[in-house]
Design a protein around this ligand. Sequence first.
Ligand SMILES: [Zn+2]
Length: 176
Amino acid sequence: MAFEELLADPVIQKYLHELVGPQGMPVAAAPHDGEVTDEELAEQLDLELNTVRRALFILYENDLAQYRRLRDEDSGWLTYLWTFEYESIPENLEAEMRRLRVALKERREYELTHEFYLCDQCSIRFEFSEAMEFGFECPECDTKLDALENQRLVQTMDRRIGELDEELPPTPEELQ
Ligand SMILES: [Zn+2]
């Protein structure tokens, strides 16, 4: 897939931004076709060499860039030649969404199977057992704790899970 096509996707832009941060974004958002050195990138993008290197190593750790080292025969100096490899971005994103969906479902289950109490002075939430331990009074300010409805929260999670279900292709297990 062409870089331009990938980078036109706001979800992918956000993903890259979260990985490399605002400082590294010029590096991540302008991936070279073919090999490039960190010095060349720093010059082209008018960035500190360290900023460029930091962004490149983050991309490398996420399998979005590779490098090979060249040693100059005379000076012994090492040059790093970088290649951007964004093909795995859609796959990485999908894996991340799957992890998010699992976490949301676990959290939803927790919300549905527990009772909660709230101190509306301190906005602290307590599980039923904790609230009982404190005699249903806030340990911070002694205000009486109120039972807390978490249906709204569960509804929000349901909606997000539904969205993820729509976005994510089913796994082989799910198709069986
Ligand atoms: Zn309180």
